[in-house]
Write a new protein. Structure first.
Length: 131
């Protein structure tokens, strides 16, 4: 009795995805060093990890504002500091457990990344990967 199967792996489908990275606690004005259309590179292994499709700036907040009435510290904006949100588009291949860029970089929500986009290099967190 003989069983056979095709051991060739199924063709991988390339899917264009977006993901959002939050670069935190940057000096105000640093966002001017990155623009839509800039290539994005991983600073550790020099992988191509996409192209910037949107740049947003939000106030950086810290848990340092004392609410004396309630007796607790609250989140408050920090003067001169911002968070920069980068939306990045990249071609990916989805495996059973990962979303990988064509260059081999794995994208996971919550992952800490070190990136260069345009003239801005920083560390941040992946907030969201589109499905």
């Amino acid at each position: 009795y003989f069983l056979s199967h095709d051991s060739a792996s199924p063709a991988k489908t390339v899917i264009s995805r977006t993901y959002t990275v939050q670069l935190t606690d940057l000096e105000e004005g640093m966002e001017q060093y990155v623009s839509v259309g800039d290539p994005v590179t991983d600073n550790v292994k020099n992988y191509d990890v996409g192209t910037v499709t949107a740049v947003e700036v939000e106030p950086y907040t810290s848990n340092k504002a004392l609410d004396e009435e309630a007796g607790v510290y609250r989140q408050a904006p920090v003067e001169g500091r911002v968070n920069v949100l980068l939306t990045i588009e990249v071609d990916t291949i989805e495996t059973e457990s990962n979303v990988d860029t064509l260059s081999g970089y794995t994208l996971r929500t919550g992952m800490v990344v070190s990136l260069t986009a345009g003239q801005l290099s920083s560390r941040g967190n992946i907030l969201e990967v589109s499905r």
